[in-house]
Write a protein that binds this ligand. Structure first.
Ligand code: GLA
Length: 376
C-alpha cells in the first residue's frame, strides 16, 4: 500500500513527501462504555490508513483520496469546509489543531487505506489519527498523544456529526503490537495487556451490512445514557449501579432504562474480562463476550439480523466467545475461537450465511499491531 501511495503522490504532485500511517482497531469488550466514562479494551490492528504529505508553502490543502479517486482543495478557515465527506476528516483535524493554538499551513497529500469502511473497525479514526499525528510532526507542534486522540474525537463531533467517545482514536494512536489496552475513559489511565491466547484465534467476520452512525441512532443512544445519568445525579453511567437504576425506573422511559442497564453491565464486564485474562481463563472471557452481544442486541438494540445470525452460528459451533464489535448497526462480529474449531466454524459461518443472505461474509484474522507512526 505504501508503494501505491508513493506512486500516486509522485503522479499527482511530481515530488515526494513524508509518509505516515495509523491503524484501525478491534475491541475485545467494552462497547458504548467510552462516552459513559467507563472502560474499553481495544487494540490497534494491521489494517489502517497511509498518507503522504508535503508542505506546499500556501494556506491551501490539496488532497487526493486514492481509493475514491477523488480530489478536494480547501483552505484552513472555518468557512472552508469541503463538500466531500472524506475531506471533512482532514479539514476537521486541521481546524481542531488550529483551535488549540497550533500553527499549521497548507500541504499536498494523498491517502489510501485497507481498513474496511463501515465494518466497525474505525476507518475514520484511522484517518483522523493519521493526519493529527502527521501534522503534529511536520509542524513540530509538540501536542501530546492524548490531545492528538481528542483532536480526532472533536473532528467527529464538530465536522462529522458523530458524538463518539475516545476509544477509537485512542487505540489508533496508542496501539502496541501484541497488546490490548485497557483504558479508563474517564481518567484516561491505561494499561497494556499482552494478548496472545495460546490455543485460540481471534477472528472478525464482516457481515458486510453497513451502519450509518451520522445523524443518528448512535447519538440517540448517547442521549439516553446522559438522561439517565442526569436523573441519577452522576456525571457518567459508569458511576451508577443496577440498584440505583432500579430506584429511578418509574421516572424514566422503558427505552432509557434498557440502554442504561446494558451500559452498567458492560462497564463491569470489561473489568471481569481483565481479571479472567490475567488468570488465563478464556472460558469466562468468551462467556462475557456472549453477554455483551445479548445486551447490545436486546437492551441497547444496536445489532441487526446479520450480526445476530453470525452470533448464533458461533454459539451452535461451540465457539468460546462471539459478539458484535464496535458501534453496531452492521459491521463485524469478533470471535474467540479454539484452534481445533476454527475450520469448522469458518466453514459453517460462510455456508450458512450465504444460504441465508445470498452472499458470504468476509473474514479477517486479527493481528494486534502498533499505533500511529511515520513510515518514511
Ligand atoms: C464507535 C465510536 C466509539 C465507541 C464505539 C462503541 O466506534 O466511535 O467511540 O463508542 O462505537 O463502543
Amino acid at each position: 500500500m505504501q508503494q501505491k501511495i508513493r506512486a500516486k503522490f509522485q503522479e499527482y504532485f511530481k515530488t515526494e513527501g513524508s509518509v505516515f500511517a495509523s491503524p484501525g482497531r478491534i475491541n475485545l469488550i467494552g462497547e458504548h462504555t467510552d462516552y459513559n466514562g467507563g472502560f474499553v479494551f481495544p487494540g490497534a490492528i494491521d489494517k489502517g490508513m497511509i498518507a503522504e504529505i508535503k508542505l506546499n508553502g500556501t494556506d491551501k490543502i490539496r488532497a487526493y483520496s486514492v481509493d475514491l479517486d477523488d480530489y478536494a482543495e480547501f483552505g484552513l478557515t472555518e468557512n472552508d469546509l469541503p463538500k466531500a465527506g472524506w475531506a471533512k476528516y482532514i479539514f476537521g483535524v486541521c481546524r481542531e489543531i488550529i483551535k488549540r493554538g497550533g500553527e499549521i499551513h497548507g500541504f499536498d497529500t494523498a491517502f489510501a487505506g485497507d481498513v474496511p469502511l463501515g465494518a466497525g473497525m474505525s476507518s475514520s479514526a484511522a484517518l483522523e489519527s493519521t493526519y493529527a499525528f502527521a501534522l503534529n510532526e511536520l509542524f513540530q507542534l509538540g501536542i501530546d498523544k492524548f490531545e492528538l486522540a481528542k483532536i480526532g474525537q472533536s473532528t467527529e463531533h464538530n465536522y462529522v456529526g458523530v458524538k463518539c467517545g475516545i476509544m477509537d482514536q485512542f487505540a489508533s494512536i496508542f496501539g502496541k503490537a501484541g497488546s490490548l489496552i485497557r483504558l479508563d475513559c474517564r481518567s484516561l489511565e491505561y494499561k497494556y495487556f499482552p494478548f496472545n491466547p495460546k490455543g485460540y484465534k481471534l477472528v472478525l467476520l464482516d457481515t458486510l451490512a453497513k451502519h450509518e452512525l451520522v445523524d443518528s441512532p448512535y447519538n440517540k443512544r448517547r442521549e439516553s445514557c446522559e438522561r439517565v445519568a442526569a436523573k441519577l445525579n452522576v456525571e457518567f453511567l459508569r458511576d451508577a449501579t443496577l440498584e440505583m437504576l432500579e430506584g429511578v425506573k418509574p421516572e424514566i422511559t422503558e427505552e432509557d432504562y434498557m440502554r442504561a442497564k446494558y451500559v452498567i453491565g458492560e462497564v463491569q464486564r470489561v473489568l471481569d474480562v481483565c481479571d479472567a485474562l490475567e488468570a488465563g481463563d478464556y472460558e469466562t472471557v468468551g462467556q462475557k463476550m456472549y453477554e455483551t452481544h445479548y445486551g447490545m442486541s436486546k437492551l441497547y438494540e444496536v445489532s441487526c439480523e446479520e450480526l445476530d445470525f453470525l452470533n448464533d452460528v458461533a454459539k451452535e459451533c461451540g465457539v468460546t466467545g462471539s459478539r458484535v464489535m464496535g458501534g453496531g448497526f452492521g459491521g463485524c462480529t469478533i470471535n474467540l475461537v479454539k484452534d481445533e474449531l476454527y475450520d469448522v466454524f469458518i466453514g459453517k459461518a460462510f455456508a450458512d450465511y450465504k444460504a441465508k443472505f445470498g452472499f458470504e461474509p468476509k473474514m479477517y484474522p486479527v493481528v494486534i499491531s502498533d499505533g500511529s507512526r511515520q513510515l518514511a
